[in-house]
Design a protein around this ligand. Structure first.
Ligand SMILES: [Zn+2]
Length: 445
């Protein structure tokens, strides 16, 4: 008995000393790594659930080979995060609550922008980066005042108050200075208003203002407001050439922010993966996944060259209950999506503006359509309602591709987390959406 006790004691001592020393090393590595991280690029694919990144892999597949090739995301998958909000009415999150969690480390109610359930202001990682003298930027394909970017730079009780969010971007200062150096996206309606012209106010304080891809490329100011649409940008597949892609905006933001020798924090949102999924529009979803993937590649390529940049990419929630395959069939025909050259919404608008149904469908869908399919859209066209026509074209494509949807809202399953660069292993495993901010705050200590 005595011998056994002695053994147990010895083992316990050895274990505890091993644990202490390994904890010590761990802390030292983390501190060293924190010093190593100069820049942070945080990318959010809005609504980009697991089936979206998997579906995108099918969509990008080379049909000549057996394997589904990896996309840009694949190599940097580190784990998953939970997304639930702190809302007595809901346990599935909206973009505002989820973005607030990722930006501030605190769970809150659906609709909240940078504030808690007690309506206190929560500091965001972008604000912390600015306190430390870093360059900061927000980039999105939605209006830049939309839920996700807003949670990083504003504090309002309801996400719908987008004028108040734009006001916050201008007048809610950090150490007496503007907190966001680079604002790129849509949403001029909330900056140039009857009661106030925030663009002029920003310009007075030294910011450039750009409204097209050319202007964006030709301007070199470290501080810029770029608004390329009154509201959201057109989807990538519908986008005219003078409207920048998410990758163009990300490239431009990095070039400007990289001038800060103190480093930078940049948030980039692929906003409309979610919008297309709310619409159950698989063509729009794949278009916006591609736009987001290219922006992600810009960030990772920069980080690879730079060596002191941490890149994180994740989603805020999933949307639409998108499934790869439907109706009990063991197939998903992504080749059909590739044959569609514009979103159903774009085609529906053309039809309402007088273009013929058959002409429009054959012009933008590179597939022989059946009589029944054309009749279905023609019947919808008689209502002269864009939404009806749009939904009908979507129905045709969903049936053809065997794309499943269970809702027009959000869903609560976990979403993937991707990370690259120094500190990336800290995002490994099963984490929560609040952990992003907690880890980034620690890095910015
Ligand atoms: Zn969202």
């Amino acid at each position: 008995m005595k011998v056994l006790a002695k053994w147990i004691f010895t083992i316990a001592m050895v274990l505890s000393s091993t644990l202490t020393s390994s904890m010590g090393t761990c802390e030292a590595t983390v501190n060293e790594e924190n010093r190593d991280i100069k820049n942070i690029i945080f990318l959010i694919g809005d609504g980009m659930g697991v089936s979206f990144t998997s579906g995108y892999r099918y969509f990008k597949d080379d049909p000549a080979t057996l394997e589904l090739e990896s996309t840009e995301f694949g190599p940097y998958l580190v784990g998953q995060q939970t997304t639930y909000p702190n809302d007595p009415r809901h346990n599935v999150t909206d973009s505002a609550a989820s973005a607030t969690a990722m930006a501030t480390g605190v769970k809150t109610y659906n609709g909240a922008i940078g504030i808690g359930n007690d309506h206190s202001k929560l500091k965001s990682v972008l604000e912390r980066a600015k306190e430390k003298g870093k360059g900061t930027g927000l980039v999105a394909t939605a209006q830049i005042t939309h839920g996700t970017p807003a949670a990083f730079g504003a504090h309002v009780s309801q996400r719908k108050s987008m004028s108040a969010i734009a006001d916050d971007y201008f007048q809610d200062l950090v150490n007496g200075r503007h907190k966001i150096d680079v604002l790129l996206g849509g949403g001029s309606d909330w900056f140039i208003r009857k009661d106030r012209n925030l663009v002029k106010e920003f310009q007075k304080d030294g910011y450039s203002y750009v409204t097209s891809l050319n202007e964006l490329k030709n301007d070199e100011s470290a501080q810029v407001v770029g608004l390329f649409a009154k509201r959201g940008l057109p989807k990538m597949i519908d986008r005219p050439s003078n409207v920048p892609s998410l990758a163009d905006m990300t490239t431009s933001a990095i070039e400007r922010l990289n001038k800060y020798n103190t480093g930078f924090f940049l948030m980039v949102e692929g906003s409309q993966i979610d919008w297309a999924a709310h619409d159950n529009d698989i063509v729009g979803v794949m278009s916006e996944m591609e736009d987001f993937e290219k922006a992600y590649k810009v960030a990772v390529d920069f980080a690879k060259k730079d060596g002191h940049t941490l890149v994180i990419a994740t989603a805020d929630h999933s949307t639409g209950g998108f499934t790869i395959g439907a109706q009990g069939q063991y197939n998903w025909f992504s080749s059909v999506i590739k044959a569609v050259k514009r979103t159903p919404n774009y085609m529906a608008a053309k039809i309402v503006n007088g273009a013929g149904v058959k002409e429009t469908l054959t012009k933008y869908i590179d597939l022989p359509l059946t009589k029944d399919e054309i009749n279905l859209v023609e019947r919808a066209a008689r209502t002269q309602n864009v939404k009806n026509i749009d939904n009908t074209i979507e129905e045709v494509i969903n049936l053809r591709t065997l794309t499943g949807w269970t809702t027009r809202g959000h869903t609560g399953e976990d979403v993937n987390v991707y990370a690259f660069g120094p500190g990336s292993e800290r995002f490994k495993g099963q984490i929560d959406n609040t952990d992003h901010a907690k880890i980034i705050f620690d890095i910015l200590k």
